[in-house]
Design a protein around this ligand. Structure first.
Ligand SMILES: O=C(O)C(=O)C[C@]1(C(=O)O)C=C[C@@H](O)C=C1
Length: 263
């Protein structure tokens, strides 16, 4: 029998079961979206001018094509309520309009200060300067519109994952307030980092995303014979993307959130 697993999200349903297990299940499901988005982006070379050069024909606009595209997409997505969802955080805060439709009532799970935790500016810089050149081929083939669409998919999937750190931190705080409160009061970020770290879980995440990259990125053949493996993105790079950027950024969000948790 086939079991279809619903995409899960802790704040999407009205019946919120906040537990570390349910949050981790959501992070596991998000891995699929992230790995697919990286595979999609890797179809294209770096295409640096799309995000580095200001080539807008509108003289009053100095954005790169990618920045222009992300700003415009965020505006339309805000109008249909994307950023009413506490799981979503915009990259460009200055131009976020209100939803023009009745908004969904998301359960208040997080501390009200949660909305002030947004590290997307940092993510933007890391993504274009370090992460992208790490997993895509160098080169410029000029198809910037399709490249920008793939970059938006990667950025949004990664942003959602790292800002999920707010939910992870909330559940960890609720499970052990007496452990966390002294470190929060003394703003001891090192102690907070230690409390929230589970090295074995991190190792498992890195192994699992490598396996997912192998599975989702393999060439699917109908005829057996040529068994050589040719992956769309090197699976070990996906594991390193998690180890070097995604997990550390998630932990930074957890710390940022916890520091505001008693305000
Ligand atoms: O699962 C957790 O406890 C998390 O905080 C998430 C996460 C991760 O980013 O995957 C981050 C820190 C922990 O050390 C383990 C895993």
């Amino acid at each position: 029998m086939v079991r279809v697993v619903e995409s899960n999200s802790v704040s999407g349903s009205s019946d919120v079961q906040l537990s570390l297990d349910s949050i981790r299940e959501s992070l596991i499901r998000q891995e699929d979206t992230i790995v697919f988005s990286l595979i999609e982006r890797a179809k294209f070379p770096l295409n640096k001018p799309s995000f580095e050069e200001s080539r807008c024909l509108d003289s009053g606009n100095s954005s790169s094509l990618t920045e222009f595209f992300v700003r415009e997409m965020e505006t339309i997505q805000a109008k249909v309520g994307r950023y009413d969802n506490p799981e979503e955080n915009p990259f460009f805060l200055d131009n976020i309009p209100h939803s023009v439709f009745p908004s969904h009532k998301y359960p208040q799970v997080l501390h009200p200060k949660a909305s002030s935790v947004n590290i997307n500016k940092r993510l933007w810089d890391i993504y274009f300067k370090e992460l992208l050149p790490f997993f895509v081929k160098p080169g410029d083939h000029g198809n910037y519109a399709s490249t920008a669409a793939c970059d938006l998919a990667c950025l949004q999937a990664i942003s959602r994952r790292i800002h999920y750190g707010k939910f992870v931190a909330e559940v960890k705080f609720r499970d052990a307030p007496h452990d966390y409160e002294p470190a929060i009061r003394s703003k001891d970020t090192e102690a907070l980092m230690k409390l929230l770290t589970f090295e074995k879980v991190e190792e498992m995440v890195k192994k699992r995303v490598e396996k997912k990259a192998e599975t989702f990125g393999q060439e699917v053949k109908c005829v057996s014979g040529d068994e050589s493996e040719n992956y769309k993105v090197d699976p070990s790079l996906v594991s390193r993307i998690y180890g070097e950027w995604l997990i550390p950024l998630t932990k930074d969000v957890e710390v940022e959130y916890l520091l505001r948790r008693l305000d």
